[in-house]
Write a protein that binds this ligand. Structure first.
Ligand SMILES: NC(=O)c1ccc[n+]([C@@H]2O[C@H](COP(=O)([O-])OP(=O)(O)OC[C@H]3O[C@@H](n4cnc5c(N)ncnc54)[C@H](O)[C@@H]3O)[C@@H](O)[C@H]2O)c1
Length: 322
């Protein structure tokens, strides 16, 4: 029994695999598995006898077919070209985010037993004129290449699910903050950078107005919710498999105020404003608040407040100095 995690060497993929292993170690995983295959362009950093790396490009159908076999009970499809990368390279976004997703779905379709298939989508599927509070069935109208490829991926996952080829779960993740490590190509990278860099004593730039509302989730909460998406029985799901995962609404100004409360004014002063038109065009088109009553009722969870999210980052990623 194996679980495949594409993008398994990436940030969320790595955290997710650690969480799945941890749950198995503590006997709390209802879906049993013997192994996890981390599929990525690079090797997984995880050293555990249950984790195997398969290095290759999902846009190559031969490679994608080779990773799926009858042992596969579930597939997490996280590999993607993110928002900044998709804006820079249209062809790459099309081939990885659309062709790669289709390749994987086709490979899964060949299995005797339909695997659970968890697809990480994004609020970048939304755009145009947005309501203040986005309803669970609000139509997608992407304003970016990344959002368009994710919206197409959602429809593919839903259709393969409707046909019974897979048991799909589409998780539209909030923007993740505070993400550890280096900035990435995502247009929302600043949502972590304006907190993470100052906490590490480094200057950071805020590229959007302080009034910009962000729909955020901590890494811990997102990973918990991705595990829940795997374990949730399909009898609780509608025919449309899209789920807006819970987040919290925080303006950029409130994020900086939380940083000052948690880490002090000197740390806050390391962030300076420098508006960026390309980032504003992408991020300011994203909605800032969702009605997630139905996903909370399914057992998905949300963070309590942004001060707590910053403290989580300090606990998980900052080495105590004293
Ligand atoms: N981090 C966020 O705030 C956020 C928000 C919404 C949605 N998501 C989605 O969550 C998923 C994971 O995001 P992440 O933050 O871990 O990103 P990440 O960039 O850390 O991980 C993505 C991984 O995909 C791999 N990859 C890219 N192209 C590939 C290819 N052709 N074949 C195989 N592997 C390939 C990359 O090497 C990388 O390791 C993505 O689908 C992303 O769109 C993330």
């Amino acid at each position: 029994m194996k679980i495949i995690v594409t993008g398994g060497a990436g940030f969320l993929g790595t955290q997710l695999i650690y969480k799945l292993l941890h749950r198995a170690d503590h006997g709390v995983a209802p879906l049993t598995f013997d192994s996890i295959t981390a599929v990525d362009l690079v090797e997984s950093p995880i050293e555990d006898p249950r984790v195997t790396s398969m290095v290759g490009d999902l846009s190559d159908p031969a490679f994608t077919a080779a990773i799926v076999d009858e042992e596969t009970v579930a597939i997490y499809h996280l590999a993607a070209v993110l928002s900044g990368g998709s804006a820079e390279n249209f062809d790459l976004a099309m081939s990885v985010n659309i062709d790669g997703t289709r390749n994987l779905l086709e490979a899964a379709r060949g299995l005797r037993r339909a695997p659970r298939f968890i697809f990480t989508s994004s609020l970048a599927v939304f755009g145009g004129k947005m309501p203040e509070l986005v309803a669970p069935d609000f139509a997608t109208q992407p304003d970016s290449t990344y959002g368009a490829t994710k919206a197409i991926g959602e429809i593919l996952v839903n259709e393969y699910s409707r046909k019974g080829f897979i048991d799909g779960r589409i998780c539209r993740l909030p923007t993740i903050s505070v993400r550890p490590g280096a900035p990435n190509s995502a247009a929302s990278s600043f949502a972590s950078g304006i907190i993470r860099e100052p906490l590490n004593g480094v200057e950071s730039v805020c590229p959007v107005p302080h009034a910009t509302p962000m729909w955020l989730s901590s890494p811990r909460t997102v990973v918990t919710n991705l595990v829940h998406a795997l374990e949730l029985s399909s009898e609780h799901l509608d025919n449309w498999r899209g789920l807006n995962l819970p987040g919290i609404t925080v303006t950029v100004g409130e994020m900086l105020a939380a940083l000052e409360r948690v880490a002090g004014p000197d740390t806050r002063s390391l962030v300076r404003d420098e508006l960026s038109q390309p980032i504003m065009e992408i991020v300011c088109s994203w909605p800032g608040a969702f009605n997630v009553e139905s996903t909370l009722a399914l057992g998905f969870t949300q963070d309590q407040n942004f001060d707590e999210v910053i403290r989580q980052y300090q606990e998980d990623y900052l080495t105590p100095t004293a």
